[in-house]
Design a protein around this ligand. Sequence first.
Ligand code: HEM
Length: 92
Amino acid sequence: MQHKRGVSDTPPLDDLMEEPLSWNGRIRQFHRWTGIVFTATVIANFATMTQGTPPSWVTYSPLPPLFLLMFSGLFMFGQHYVSGRRTAVREG
Ligand code: HEM
């Protein structure tokens, strides 16, 4: 296999550091984007409150993404201490 910037079989250093396909990287990316969804549902709550009491599906909409954040976050937290390679940390 050849890469753009070299002739060896070794992937470029930044690819190795980012580990784009690693399990941990995927969990971290999932956590990041679920955080955006969660934030949107919280904003939706405040926005609908300006029109009176929000419907209950709006009120409770932050809970599913919050649960996903909790599990993926606890996973990353655990990885940090369980794995000897400190893979939950991007640098260091
Ligand atoms: C609900 C419980 C949550 C737990 C247990 C949790 C835990 C964690 C952990 C352990 C990390 C990795 C920190 C590191 O680099 O070592 C992390 C990163 C992060 N968390 Fe959470 N988190 C939670 C909720 C949230 C929420 C509510 C948001 C946003 C609204 C959020 C947004 C983020 C972001 C953006 C990162 C950085 C991810 C990246 O590397 O880009 N988290 N969280």
